[in-house]
Design a protein around this ligand. Structure first.
Ligand SMILES: Cc1ncc(COP(=O)(O)O)c(C=O)c1O
Length: 238
C-alpha cells in the first residue's frame, strides 16, 4: 500500500516570484571585518555616545519598549523641525517601506519603481501579489517622464530613493515636485531618504514640505547610514 502524499502548503504566486535579496560580500580573505560598501556601512563605527546609550539600555532589557516611541519621535521632530505626531518609527526604514506597500498595494495593483531603485521595494511589492512596473533611467538618473508615462489606473505606490543607491544620483526638489504634481491623487509617492543627509546640493530637498502639503506623500529616513547604526534597525517615516 502506498503512503498518502498530501500537498505541501503553497505560498501565493507573488511570493514565488521573489528573487531572494543577496547582500553584498562581507568576507575578504586576510581582512578582518571588511566594510560592506554595497550597504554603505560606515567605516568610522558608531558614535561613542550611541555606544554608551546602548550599554545603558542593556540594563533595562526586562522592560517592553514604549510602543509609541514618543521620546525618539519627539527628538527626531526637534532635530528636523517636524510634527512629532506625524512621525512613525520602524525596524529600519525597510520595515516602513514594507508597511507603506502593504497598506496601499494589493494583488492586481501596480507598484511603480525606477530601474535602479532599492531592491527591497520590488520584494515587498511581490510579497503583496502586486505587479512591479519599472521605468528606465537616463544616465543612471531617475527619469520623471518615464515614470509618469508608466502610471496606470492600477498604480497604487510609486517609490524612489532620493538620492538613490547604488547610482548615487538625485532628483532636485523641482523635479520631485513636478513628479508629484502630475501623479493622480490616489497614488502614494514614497520618497526613500535613506541617504538624504549625503545630498548637500542647494536644490535638494528630502520631501518634508511635500509630505506636509499633501495626503499622498510619505518620506522614509534611517539611522543606519549617516549615524552608522544599522545593527539597531531604526528607521522613521513622516
Ligand atoms: C536606498 C535604500 N533605502 C532604504 C534602505 C534601508 O535601510 P534600513 O532598513 O537600514 O533603514 C537601504 C539600505 O541599504 C537603502 O540602500
Amino acid at each position: 500500500m502506498s503512503a498518502r502524499v498530501d500537498p505541501a502548503p503553497a505560498p501565493h504566486a507573488g511570493v514565488v516570484r521573489i528573487a531572494p535579496y543577496v547582500p553584498g560580500q562581507s568576507r575578504i580573505e586576510g581582512r578582518k571585518d571588511p566594510i560592506r560598501l554595497s550597504s554603505n556601512e560606515s567605516s568610522f563605527g558608531p558614535s561613542p555616545a550611541a555606544v554608551a546609550a546602548f550599554h545603558d539600555a542593556a540594563a533595562h532589557l526586562n522592560r517592553y519598549p514604549d510602543a509609541s516611541q514618543s521620546a525618539l519621535r519627539t527628538a527626531i521632530a526637534e532635530v528636523h523641525g517636524l510634527d512629532a505626531a506625524r512621525i512613525i518609527c520602524g525596524n529600519g526604514s525597510d520595515e516602513l517601506i514594507q508597511m507603506v506597500i502593504r497598506a496601499y498595494a494589493a494583488a492586481g495593483d501596480e507598484v511603480l519603481l525606477s530601474e535602479n531603485g532599492f531592491v527591497m521595494c520590488k520584494i515587498h511589492a511581490h510579497a503583496q501579489g502586486a505587479t512591479v512596473v519599472k521605468a528606465p533611467e537616463r544616465d543612471d538618473r531617475v527619469n520623471v517622464d518615464a515614470l509618469l508615462a508608466r502610471v496606470s489606473s492600477r498604480t497604487r505606490v510609486l517609490c524612489i530613493a532620493n538620492p538613490n543607491n547604488p547610482t548615487g544620483t538625485y532628483l532636485n526638489a523641482a523635479e520631485v515636485k513636478r513628479l508629484h504634481a502630475s501623479l493622480p491623487s490616489g497614488v502614494m509617492l514614497l520618497l526613500d531618504g535613506a541617504y538624504a543627509e549625503y545630498a548637500t546640493a542647494a536644490d535638494y530637498e528630502a520631501g518634508e514640505r511635500l509630505v506636509e502639503g499633501n495626503s499622498n506623500v510619505v518620506m522614509t529616513r534611517t539611522f543606519s547610514k549617516i549615524y552608522g547604526l544599522p545593527a539597531l534597525r531604526i528607521g522613521w517615516a513622516y
